[in-house]
Design a protein. Structure first.
Length: 263
């Protein structure tokens, strides 16, 4: 099977992929607390796994490569729990701009920032417009756990979508890195429900540290997690993302209503 990981390819192979107008998936995650039972690298590991699965699904249709994962994001709301790295929005913007510029300088022209952390969503929405203008190339963004909402809802028992260190994330970690889960503490992994989509609506609100939401560091309930659910969740997200990319959806004019410049 063809290699899809940027860091495992040599420069000549990457130049060849750029000449084929390959899509570059740049996973962006976070390193932050994930309750008493999961490691801090959950968002990093899961978004990387989804990107690699997506790339494998795309290989027969379009050339694709998965760039090294950005393991740090916007996670100030988790700092009070410890174990968390967080960037300012200005630093995050500069980091993503320079990484995207490096990808473009390598000859690629189709970049998708694939996000795996809810705290990055609002920042990426603002940054992507600036990046498109600054780099003169449309930079697409997507959050992997929001591309297949119906499929995800049908697979979960106690929630409709991803929350935090919950049934969904714990299930996927059972597939990606089961050895890093403290199964003895899964019974403690409970917290109030959290609606990611609703949190993004432009209603009156203020910044709320996560310890004001949940004392356990968990939103949702991990006790019904299973590797079978995890495999199905990863597959559903990767399949939905691959289908969107096969038709070139992010680079169609309708996807950029603000008139992104073309090279």
């Amino acid at each position: 099977m063809a290699e899809i990981n940027w860091s495992r390819l040599n420069a000549q192979a990457l130049r060849a992929l750029a000449a084929q107008d390959a899509v570059v998936l740049l996973p962006v995650g976070s390193t932050e607390q994930h309750g008493p039972h999961l490691p801090t690298g959950v968002d990093d590991m899961l978004v990387t796994a989804v990107c690699r699965r997506t790339a494998q699904l795309l290989l027969s249709d379009i050339p694709v490569v998965v760039a090294p994962t950005v393991w740090c994001g916007l996670a100030d709301h988790h700092l009070s729990f410890g174990g968390t790295f967080s960037l300012s929005l200005q630093t995050y913007h500069a980091l993503l701009r320079d990484l995207c510029r490096s990808i473009l300088n390598a000859g690629f022209r189709k970049v998708v920032l694939v996000n795996g952390h809810a705290g990055n969503i609002a920042g990426l929405a603002a940054i992507s417009a600036d990046l498109t203008r600054e780099l003169n190339v449309p930079i697409a963004t997507v959050t992997y756990f929001m591309v297949a909402p119906n499929e995800i809802a049908s697979l979960l028992e106690d929630q409709k979508g991803l929350m935090h260190a919950c049934e969904a994330e714990t299930s996927m970690m059972m597939v990606v890195a089961p050895e890093l889960i403290d199964m003895a503490r899964c019974s403690e992994a409970q917290g109030p429900s959290f609606d990611v989509a609703a949190s993004l609506l432009p209603t009156l609100r203020r910044f709320i540290p996560f310890d004001e939401v949940t004392s356990s560091g968990v939103a949702g309930d991990a006790r019904r997690s299973s590797s079978l659910k995890g495999e199905a969740l990863l597959g559903a997200c990767a399949s939905a993302l691959a289908e969107s990319l096969k038709g070139g959806e992010p680079w169609q004019t309708a996807a950029f209503p603000f008139g992104a410049a073309k090279r």
